[in-house]
Design a protein around this ligand. Structure first.
Ligand code: SAM
Length: 232
């Protein structure tokens, strides 16, 4: 059973180092028009489901990226798949500002942003409305007592499973072997079926390496790529 919205804790960072003037400009001028309305509980206390057909100009498949970091993968996917509507969630303001800079540079228009916790987005997405989900390098929470904060835990996964279409793909990339273990343990319990598990040099054909992956590689940690689908 999902936790009630008001009891949720978010343990990650929301602010980082001082933003550059250009980044403040992106946040002040670009975020509002790209931000999904009616996701934050304060804006939609009734948790009325979003009308996705009204979010993107034409009806289209919807893909979601959880924790887009600096936004390189999200913008890459938006440019590569202009017929898809992508929604990125990320509470870290510096990451959102980086994404906005990349959106301006790439000129992509098939993107919407939820600048907050993915769980708030899942609450208001209609059931079985999402065609693909990306979880790239989720926060590892290495200490055993913090493993329950990981994304691949029942509370997050129940919310995610509800909004994914039967057969929809769920991709997980991580550099943490114990995260692979927990993912393989928890996802089948939450209605996901493993299709593929690969390693270094064997990412998805349309993958672009993210900032976090580059850091992991520099520090000698190997990527793991896991592909699941939502059971029918
Ligand atoms: C280790 S970083 C990886 C960022 C990026 N995906 C990459 O590969 O470079 C994990 C990101 O997930 C975000 N995150 C953590 N919990 C989240 C949540 N509940 N909803 C959305 N994003 C979340 C964090 O703010 C952080 O930016």
């Amino acid at each position: 059973m999902a936790e009630p919205t008001e009891r949720r804790n978010f343990y990650g960072r929301v602010h980082g180092k001082t933003l550059r003037a250009s980044q403040k400009d992106y946040l002040a001028n670009d975020l509002e028009s790209l931000r999904l309305q009616g996701v934050a509980p304060s804006e939609n206390p009734e948790r009325t489901p979003l009308d996705l057909a009204a979010v993107f100009e034409t009806p289209r498949p919807v893909w979601v990226e959880v924790g887009f970091g600096g936004g390189e993968h999200l913008v890459h996917m938006a440019a590569r798949y202009p017929q898809v509507g992508l929604i990125g969630c990320e509470p870290f303001v510096n990451g959102i500002a980086m994404l906005l800079g990349k959106i301006r540079a790439a000129g992509v228009t098939n993107l919407a942003i939820h600048p907050g916790d993915a769980r708030d987005l899942f609450d208001v997405l209609p059931p079985a409305s999402v065609d693909k989900v990306f979880l790239n390098y989720p926060d590892p929470w290495p200490k055993a007592r913090h493993h329950r904060r990981r994304f691949v835990t029942p509370g997050y996964l129940a919310l995610l499973a509800r909004v994914m279409k039967p057969g929809a793909e769920f991709r997980v990339a991580t550099d943490i072997p114990d995260y692979v273990r927990q993912t393989l343990e928890e996802l089948p319990k939450a209605s996901f079926v493993l299709d593929r598990q690969t390693g270094v040099g064997e990412a998805w054909e349309d993958w672009i390496s993210t900032r976090y992956e580059q850091k992991a590689l520099r520090e000698g940690r190997a990527p793991h790529y896991l592909t699941f689908h939502r059971a029918a």
